[in-house]
Design a protein around this ligand. Structure first.
Ligand SMILES: [Fe+2]
Length: 237
């Protein structure tokens, strides 16, 4: 992936993070974990950098916000990518561990990391690792919602720990806004510091945080084939 031809933007919206990567040379772009409320922003970035949004990737089925993948697919001809275990019925490209998605000169390697959900995957782009809710800065995704499994989460964190200390961590939430690396998380993240699987499972199983505010709406929308309300762009999305 050559330096200055690749553009990278982090987009924040009320605790959620999404990411835009564009290849200026080949005029192709990808958005990771897009949120419904930010659609105009993703399309605006694509236009600003003279790229076309080719792929929208959800790192997993989100239970706390409505994904923009479906709307981007229906309205902007964007191909939706998710791990093959997803139940989402609008996915164009179902990927598995080790697959590489090519977007212009950007290579995106898929790492299946079940635990937060069965369909969780992390995406490695050069030194950047998009961790979804598998690894958060100073924490990890909860394992008590549908598809969650603390044993698998433990194994997935081990898989990420082996990627190398210099790898930069870009999670889907900024509960603790900061930049981080795998090395830093290995040293300071209480979840990654738990060495024994049984202890990790006991700890995660003891935690019952409240359900996300939009839990029901988000899951229903993110698992249904098309938008119930057909809204066009520029209508205050
Ligand atoms: Fe999540």
């Amino acid at each position: 992936m050559a330096g200055q031809d690749i553009v990278f933007e982090q987009i924040r919206s009320s605790g959620c993070l999404s990411y835009f990567l564009g290849c200026k040379q080949e005029k192709a772009a990808v958005v990771i974990d897009p949120e419904e409320a930010k659609i105009e922003e993703y399309l605006g970035l694509a236009e600003f950098f003279s790229t076309r949004l080719v792929y929208a990737i959800d790192t997993h089925t989100h239970a706390d916000h409505v994904s923009a993948c479906k709307m981007l697919r229906e309205n902007a001809d964007v191909k939706v990518v998710m791990h093959r275990t997803t139940d989402a019925p609008y996915v164009d490209l179902k990927v598995k561990d080790g697959d590489v998605i090519r977007c212009g000169a950007i290579d995106i390697r898929v790492i299946h990391t079940p635990g937060h959900t069965e369909d969780s995957a992390c995406l490695l782009v050069g030194e950047r690792l998009f961790t979804g809710d598998t690894l958060l800065i100073g924490g990890c995704g909860r394992t008590d919602l549908p598809g969650g499994d603390p044993e698998k989460q433990f194994e997935s964190l081990k898989k990420l720990a082996a990627l190398g200390d210099a790898i930069q961590v870009y999670p889907a939430h900024d509960y603790r806004p900061a930049a981080s690396t795998i090395g830093e998380e290995k040293k300071t993240n209480p979840r990654m510091l738990i060495g024994a699987k049984e202890e990790f499972v006991r700890f995660m199983s003891s935690r019952k945080p409240p359900l996300p505010r939009k839990f029901q709406k988000a899951l229903e929308e993110n698992q249904s084939p098309s938008h119930r309300t057909q809204r066009g762009f520029g209508e205050g999305i």
